[in-house]
Design a protein around this ligand. Structure first.
Ligand SMILES: [Zn+2]
Length: 437
């Protein structure tokens, strides 16, 4: 369903402001809900642990002592730390430490977002058993005690689908400002620049009045927005040239003729090759519990101070410091691919920065809890860690001959949708169904 197609593209620019205001309420409030204001309630301690809650001396005779409910709920507020949340709930710092250890291959806890719902579960004896959190309405994570000193990570994912939206605008001032005015986020603008920067120079070659159209996908469960978005198509129209990029079913972006818009990836993030001291292993067994405890990356035996490069063009998504993973960097390479670099010594990039394939981002080190210096490197495809030494990586190849006809139909359809849409439209698009989890 395409909502409205009555405005010409000339009017579209003029109307952009007014229409975004009208549609913003419907389209964007749903999106922001999932990240910030799922619930406006204060941290809610349903039941504190400990003897005070059931002290009969404090209860009037006619009232039965409250049963110690072994679950504590907490909504993360700005300024909260896990350490204070654990203390408040009556769980020990030692258990928090064990959970951070279980988190080392996932880094889900290092940057908790305000609004995240945490649930701490205890057994009848008051022993802490499980931490559960919802990353977004489709994804939840648990850390469950599986031994005296060990917790295990588990992720649950609901089915999601993508709802598409067209945003349009025209150039007045910088591309960045023009794109912000059209309703695009900083991260989306960075992705668009990354997709098209091998076709044009954004600083020098854009003129006032040039126009752009973007199809943004919004991920949803049956009932909620997850807050995740992706660029599904972009078209930038200059006086006599049009630059395009389309997300195809293989997760890669191609121009209108089916040519890859991004350069190939490097296989590994170091200039020289180093011994692999530990391989990628999704089935690794925990030495104590004997349960599966995957190694989601490959360890390279790099001495401290070895230059670490981004393996592809991308945008720095996270820079952090985890008690077990040490100093780390996450890079988003156009949404389908992501890379992660752990145990770094020095980091030369900051969140939001664009980097090129081969650009130095850090020096390797031995930060975090590790026995010797090395670089732990991860490659994720569609949110799943894959073996960086063996996985198919973007090779700058064109759409395969056998898929070209289908690709051309998808591209033509999206171009038509972008050109016909009003300056801001909500629509459902079939055709691209890259599976994210
Ligand atoms: Zn490792």
């Amino acid at each position: 369903m395409i909502r409205s197609g009555t405005h010409t593209s000339i009017h579209a620019a003029l109307l952009a402001g007014a229409i975004s205001l009208i549609l913003a309420a419907g389209v964007w409030s749903a999106k922001s809900e999932s990240s910030t204001n799922i619930k406006n309630i204060k941290p809610l301690i349903k039941q504190q642990q400990g003897p005070a809650a059931t002290d009969p001396a404090l209860q009037p005779d006619s009232v039965k002592p409250a049963q110690a409910t072994p679950v504590v709920h907490h909504t993360v507020q700005a300024g909260d730390s896990l350490s204070s949340i654990f203390s408040q709930a009556g769980a020990s710092q030692a258990d928090l430490n064990r959970i951070m250890k279980a988190d080392v291959e996932y880094l889900a806890l290092e940057t908790l977002q305000p609004g995240t719902e945490l649930k701490l579960t205890f057994n009848e004896q008051g022993q802490f058993r499980q931490l559960a959190l919802d990353l977004d309405p489709a994804r939840s994570i648990t850390y469950t005690r599986v031994g005296e000193d060990t917790f295990e990570y588990q992720k649950t994912v609901q089915d999601t689908h993508w709802v598409s939206e067209v945003l349009k605008g025209s150039i007045h001032g910088s591309f960045y400002q023009s794109a912000m005015n059209a309703g695009l986020s900083r991260a989306q603008i960075a992705s668009i620049q990354q997709l098209l920067e091998h076709q044009l120079n954004f600083r020098r070659e854009l003129r006032a009045g040039d126009t752009f159209s973007v199809i943004i996908g919004h991920e949803r469960t049956a009932s909620d927005s997850t807050g995740n978005t992706r660029i599904e198509a972009v078209s930038l129209e200059r006086h006599n040239r049009t630059h395009t990029a389309f997300l195809f079913e293989d997760g890669n972006y191609y121009d209108q003729n089916g040519k890859s818009v991004l350069p190939a990836f490097r296989r590994l993030p170091t200039a020289n090759s180093f011994r692999v001291s530990s391989h990628f292993n999704p089935n690794r067994l925990h030495p104590v519990t004997g349960r599966t405890s995957p190694h989601n990356g490959v360890d390279l035996a790099t001495p401290v101070g070895t230059p670490v490069m981004s393996t592809g063009d991308g945008v720095i998504e996270r820079v952090g410091n985890h008690p077990y993973a040490g100093k780390y960097v996450d890079i988003n390479h156009g949404n389908t691919y992501k890379t992660r670099y752990l145990h770094l010594n020095k980091i030369f990039v900051r969140k939001g920065q664009q980097v090129r394939r081969g650009e130095k981002i850090a020096h390797s080190g031995q930060t975090g809890r590790i026995t010797g210096p090395h670089l732990h490197f991860e490659l994720h495809a569609n949110r799943r860690p894959v073996n960086p030494l063996k996985a198919d990586i973007p090779t700058a190849a064109d759409v395969p001959e056998t898929a070209l006809k289908r690709f051309e139909q998808v591209a033509q359809y999206k171009l038509a949708v972008m050109s016909d849409a009003a300056s801001r439209s909500n629509l459902m698009l079939a055709g691209v169904d890259t599976k994210f989890d």
